[in-house]
Design a protein around this ligand. Structure first.
Ligand code: AMP
Ligand code: FES
Ligand code: ZN
Length: 341
């Protein structure tokens, strides 16, 4: 598989193939009609270039592309209040973003450890764990795997059967909360996730379009720890887009899980990303300008510490009952109703 991606990188493709029947499928498409001609020179070392980044007005050879990629992460890390000797827990899903993130942090010399939450999605979860296991084994990196079903009582497949709520947003909520809890159990102070430029710019556009001002405060690539039981969160890939990450994976022989989550289909976030991809294709650089002008124009968020304790599970929460317990209670009530019918 990595050969295909390498081919994509070498042909300099930057546009996306948008599958109308499956908007979640944003496989990059090569601009086969515009391969880099022999003699095209790398902007950095003047050797033969294989990779075109129109948004940076740059052409790169594979080595200089890796240098560019690492520099973008170093630049991001400078924004984060993280001591380089404190081990970073990397939330790994098995996808391209989190494996690339883990690879780059490790290459830059940070002590890391992987944290994977097995969601219980038939076929997809097993394949994700295998991709992580192969990646970690080859690089001799430590990781730990927890199961959502053990931690919460239900797998994502089971939750989907029991609720009418959108499974992607329920799954997102559980991932956020439960990864926090395991990070705390692992005694980790910092949790890194693979959110990239497309994720962050898409999220910003969505929040602006709907004027969801309550989310603006947290729209930042670093969130300090607001409570001793909640780690600081960072997104070191926020300066890099999906195509750059795929290119990095291919050059570094990183093989992410091939399958997609079967439930990722109609997530609304894809619409905002597609809108930005359209603008980017007409005006290269728009996506980064949009996100960076926001991020650079504001202060880093403060750690609000107005927490109480959940009466059911004793985890920190703003409400009397945390969102995880509230969901668990709803699912149990559904089960009781079904039994009594
Ligand atoms: P997503 O919300 O699926 O786009 O994932 C965003 C980021 O959350 C990924 O890049 C990972 O860092 C992290 N993540 C997603 N799913 C998992 C998982 N099952 N276990 C651990 N981390 C995850
Ligand atoms: Fe959570 Fe797809 S990964 S629903
Ligand atoms: Zn609770």
């Amino acid at each position: 598989m990595h050969k295909i991606w390498y081919h994509i990188a070498r042909s300099g493709g930057i546009s996306y193939h948008l599958d109308k029947n499956n908007p979640g499928n944003r496989e990059p498409m090569t601009k086969a009609s515009v391969p880099l001609p022999p003699g095209a020179k790398c902007t950095r070392c003047r050797q033969q270039a294989h990779i075109r980044l129109p948004q940076h007005h740059a052409l790169f050879c594979p080595d200089c592309f890796v240098h560019f990629f690492h520099s973008a992460v170093v630049r991001a890390m400078k924004k984060f209040a993280v001591d380089s000797t404190v081990p970073i827990l990397v939330a790994v899903s098995g996808g391209k973003d989190s494996l690339a993130l883990w690879d780059v942090l490790h290459s830059l010399g940070y002590p890391t450890r992987g944290l994977h939450l097995s969601l219980g999605i038939k076929g997809f979860s097993e394949a994700s764990a295998e991709a992580i296991s192969a990646f970690a084994r080859e690089r001799n990196l430590p990781w730990v795997r927890y199961s959502l079903e053990d931690a919460f009582g239900y797998s994502v497949d089971e939750i989907r059967r029991r609720t009418r709520r959108k499974i992607c947003s329920v799954c997102g909520l559980l991932k956020r909360q439960i990864l926090n809890r395991f990070a705390s159990r692992e005694r980790s102070k910092v949790l890194a996730t693979g959110h990239n430029l497309d994720d962050e710019a898409g999220r910003l556009l969505g929040n602006l379009m709907r004027h969801r001002t309550q989310y603006f405060e947290k729209q930042y690539p670093y969130l300090p720890s607001p409570h001793p039981m909640i780690p600081a969160k960072m997104k070191p890939l926020y300066r890099l887009d999906s195509v750059e990450i795929l290119t990095y994976c291919s050059i570094r022989s990183i093989e992410p899980v091939g399958a997609k989550c079967p439930y990722s289909r109609g997530a609304t976030s894809h619409n905002y990303k597609e809108a930005l991809d359209f603008l980017e294709s007409r005006m290269p650089g728009t996506k980064r300008d949009f996100l960076f002008s926001y991020v650079n124009g504001r202060q880093s968020p403060s750690a609000d510490a107005d927490f109480g304790t959940c009466r059911q599970c004793l985890q920190p929460t703003y409400a009397d009952l945390c969102s995880v317990c509230s969901l668990a209670n709803q699912l149990r009530d559904t089960a009781k109703q079904v039994e009594s019918e």
